[in-house]
Design a binder for this molecule. Structure first.
Ligand code: RP5
Length: 162
């Protein structure tokens, strides 16, 4: 089995319908990842054990999603030297603004790279870019992906003009 390079974690299994898009993006690039539920409030020690061992277990990036009082990404960032990408998960109330502010307002010294509310796909793509910075094969695939994005827009533009 391939050692996971990215951890995709969330505060509750109820976050998975949003967070699965991060896994799909990693799948598209053939990046091995692991998935798990680690609640900052309900399983704090388990969360700290995960964050504290992540680098030694071979992970390079952690994508962490949570909703409401979304403390998971920040607490994980406090307990690992790895880059952490935070995904604000929107809940039924407050449209995810609470999740966004909980994740993005980190104190100096403990960064979390926060994506848009519900932006798990971009979190997965950002994790790929972090890896691609030192992995030429992955960088080539990211360049091809960006060219495809551009082609899609140009095709739509051409269709509009017909
Ligand atoms: C957060 O509380 C989780 O990340 C989730 O977004 C939210 C609600 O969790 P559940 O009550 O659905 O388990 O910690």
């Amino acid at each position: 089995m391939t050692t996971p390079r990215v951890g995709v974690i969330m505060g509750s299994d109820s976050d998975w319908p949003v967070m699965s898009a991060a896994g799909e993006a990693l799948d598209e690039f053939g990046v091995a990842y692991e998935v798990g539920v680690y609640s900052a409030h309900r399983t704090p020690q388990r969360m700290l054990d995960y964050a504290g061992s992540a680098a030694d277990r071979g992970l390079s990036v952690i994508v962490a999603g949570a909703g409401g009082a979304a403390h998971l990404p920040g607490m994980v960032a406090a307990a690992t030297p790895l880059p952490v990408i935070g995904v604000p998960v929107p809940l039924a109330t407050l449209d995810g603004l609470d999740s966004l502010l909980s994740i993005v307002q980190m104190p100096a010294g403990v960064p979390v790279a926060t994506v848009a509310v519900g932006g798990a796909r971009n979190a997965g793509l950002l994790a790929v870019r972090v890896l691609a910075a030192t992995e030429p094969d992955l960088r080539e695939r990211m360049v091809a992906f960006q060219a495809e994005l551009e082609r899609t827009v140009l095709d739509k533009d051409a269709a509009l003009r017909e």
